[in-house]
Write a protein that binds this ligand. Structure first.
Ligand code: PEP
Length: 252
């Protein structure tokens, strides 16, 4: 049976009070696949979200981390700080961080390493811009990101990473990749991972699609063989929509 992960990415949305209310409502949905569902909150709302989800099986996490253990990095958050909150997941290399906050493949690689060492599952985002796709360069671009992001990471550690393929042109735009486009790139990424490591690592890797996934298109994306779930922004802010996407995965 195909493994799934349905991951919400709240971005810069929801206060602690709002996170607590969301958790209570989501918990009440009694999702049959709760252990395959997680929500990534802003740092300040993680504790309330985690407390609210207690006993539900639903995971929770952060949207960034610094790669140094401590020190003079004003405004940053360390892995130990996330561990203390009990986070299970952390989004790394989101295109918004790459674009607005100078995230590079080099910093992504360092962050992957510290998260893996800490036992926190990284959700590594890769994906091309519209310009790159229009020039037919999406495979070269995404392969380059995957190869650079996994540099010096051994197979046993790489197996602990979740990859999210997020075409930048589909994030927050309402423009979803077609199931075929999403499947093609997720299959391609699986092949790249197999090429770096081996078939077992490629076959076992969870590869999500992200980009305007919503209840109305989730099933047709999730039923594709190489798509193991979704990284969901906008639709993860409403409990009913997010739960409907999780339920679509549970039905497959
Ligand atoms: C995201 O934030 O990773 C994302 C895919 O956003 P949206 O679902 O809103 O496109």
């Amino acid at each position: 049976m195909k493994k799934f992960l349905i991951a919400g990415n709240w971005k810069m949305n929801k206060t602690s009070a709002e996170a607590a209310a969301f958790a209570e409502e989501l918990k009440a949905k009694n999702l049959p696949n709760a252990k395959d569902v997680c929500v990534m909150a802003p740092f300040t709302s993680i504790e309330a979200l985690g407390k609210g989800l207690e006993g539900s099986g639903i995971g929770f996490g952060a949207q960034n981390v610094h790669f140094e253990p401590s020190g003079a990095y004003t405004g940053e958050i360390s892995v130990a700080m996330l561990q203390e909150l009990g986070v299970g997941y952390c989004v790394i290399g989101h295109s918004e961080r790459r674009e607005y906050f100078a995230e590079t493949d080099e910093t992504v690689n360092k962050k992957l390493k510290v998260l893996i060492a800490a036992g926190i599952t990284p959700i590594l985002c890769v994906g091309e811009s519209l310009e790159v796709r229009e020039q037919g360069g999406e495979q070269t671009f995404v392969a380059g990101q995957v190869i650079a992001d996994f540099a010096d990471i051994p197979a046993a550690d790489a197996a602990k990473v979740v990859i999210a393929y997020e075409p930048i042109w589909a994030i927050g735009t309402g423009k979803t990749a077609t199931p075929e486009q999403a499947e093609d790139m997720c299959a391609f990424i699986r092949g790249v991972v197999s090429g770096i490591y081996d078939n077992a690592t490629g076959d076992g890797m969870l590869i999500l699609y992200g980009g305007s996934m919503k209840p109305s298109n989730a099933k047709e994306l999730l039923e594709k063989p190489d798509i193991n779930g979704g990284l969901i922004g906008g639709a993860s802010l409403k409990v009913d929509d997010f739960a409907a996407i999780a339920e679509a995965a549970a039905s497959l």
